[in-house]
Write a protein that binds this ligand. Structure first.
Ligand code: FES
Ligand SMILES: [Fe+2]
Length: 399
């Protein structure tokens, strides 16, 4: 993969990368060749079912790494707040009157009540957080600004009862939160940063969101985004019709990656001159390590969408996907909104009833499998191999 020239404008970088991805897909589609690892990789079933491993993942990945809490437009205006709870403790993420995004433990410093209630990631307009229990009130900088019966707390110095901050950073339209420790986002994103930048997520307007609960280990569900090997068999009525099975263009960026799945029609483009290819928008399935999938696609040129899937472990055999769709550049009109909503509904249906239903069934079967059972990831499942190797390295446990 050629490096992106930092001297180019965002628009030029995006066009260049779109061309590169399209050329790679046409090549793979015409040859039927998929990108591969060197060999197959066997994974002991414990990788999915071991509760000790699950605890290590929760701690090292979900508490000690930057995790996507949402996109900038989810809390677009000063005074907007949202809940982020899926990674573990309840967190309030808000945009202060200075426009800065900050995060705090959702714990009242009086007697630990939750300050903010409601649905995860849904924007609420609350320039001040007033505790429902005794009405202590905080601003979105975390300062305790009102305290009924203040005289009862004499001796507890001003400032000592402000909200407990959590590391948060807004970058390129993404809002990251890290529950424990100091966030080093630049080191975390590394060479993936220029790819995320060209997505221009800061302009992506939320259109529809929800969640999908599944009785599977979170990694088994996440695996379904990393290979097109299953398209024909598992999705015969949708993506299996339009897309090639077992053909993918895979580009790693450190621990992150992009994987693109060619449509069947792309094979024909190899026979016509490059200059006559139709205009194509940039797209692909981006894995932002460890748990976030950003799928950028287009219905037709100029009609792009962003789908954000954030997979969280609730327990070793239970997970929740926070799913949201966005209109890049904003919603243009009612028809555009309806179209984007329909994209949510169709995708949610396929993911829930096909991919995650498969994950739940396979996971239950893994629990009953013999103690020495190993799943096997083929050389064609390169993205999965790397994902599991990277997770194992991050939690310092062998595969
Ligand atoms: S617990 Fe919040 S004001 Fe009492
Ligand atoms: Fe699938």
């Amino acid at each position: 993969m050629a490096d992106i020239d930092p001297g180019l404008s965002l628009h030029e970088r995006r066009a260049r990368m779109a061309a590169e991805v399209l050329e790679g897909m046409v090549d793979r589609a015409a040859s039927g060749r998929t990108d591969r690892a060197e060999g197959a990789l066997a994974l002991h079933k414990d990788v999915y079912t071991d509760p000790v491993r699950f605890q290590a993942e929760k701690h090292k990945l979900f508490h000690q790494m930057p995790i996507v809490a949402g996109l900038s437009q989810d809390i677009a205006n000063p005074g907007d707040v949202m809940l982020f709870e899926a990674a573990g403790p309840s967190i309030v993420v808000g945009r202060g009157k200075d426009g800065e995004v900050r995060a705090f433990r959702n714990i009242c410093t009086h007697r630990a009540a939750k300050l903010l209630l409601g649905e995860e990631a849904v924007c609420q307009r609350k320039p001040r957080l007033t505790c429902p229990f005794h009405a202590w009130t905080f601003d979105l900088e975390g300062k305790l600004i009102a305290q009924p019966g203040k005289e009862g707390f004499a001796g507890h110095a001003d400032g000592a009862r402000d909200l407990m901050p959590v590391a948060a950073r807004e970058w390129a339209g993404l809002i990251f939160v890290q529950i424990e420790g100091t966030m080093d986002l630049d080191a975390h994103l590394a060479e993936f940063a220029p790819v995320l930048e060209i997505l221009e997520l800061e302009k992506a307007e939320p259109v529809k969101r929800g969640h999908i609960d599944t009785a599977s280990n979170w990694k088994y569900a996440l695996d379904t985004y990393g290979e097109g090997y299953h398209f024909a068999a598992l999705h015969p009525n949708n993506i299996g019709i339009t897309h090639m099975s077992d053909v993918a263009l895979f580009t790693p960026y450190g621990r992150h990656h992009r994987i693109s799945f060619p449509e069947k029609r792309m094979a024909g483009l190899a026979k016509i001159p490059r200059a006559q290819w139709p205009q194509s928008d940039y797209g692909g399935v981006h894995l932002l390590f460890p748990n976030t999938v950003i799928f950028v696609g287009s219905v037709e040129p100029g009609k792009t969408f962003v789908q954000l899937f954030r997979l969280f472990p609730s327990d070793v055999g239970q997970m929740r996907c926070q799913f949201a769709v966005y209109a890049p550049g904003g919603v243009r009109d009612a028809a555009h909104r309806a179209e984007t909503e329909m994209g949510y509904d169709l995708t949610e249906q396929v993911v829930r009833t096909e991919d995650y239903a498969q994950a739940a069934q396979s996971y239950a079967n893994l629990l009953d499998a013999p103690a020495d059972f190993r799943v096997i990831l083929g050389s064609n499942e390169i993205a999965l191999q790397r994902l599991h190797q990277n997770i194992a390295a991050a939690i310092a446990m062998p595969l």
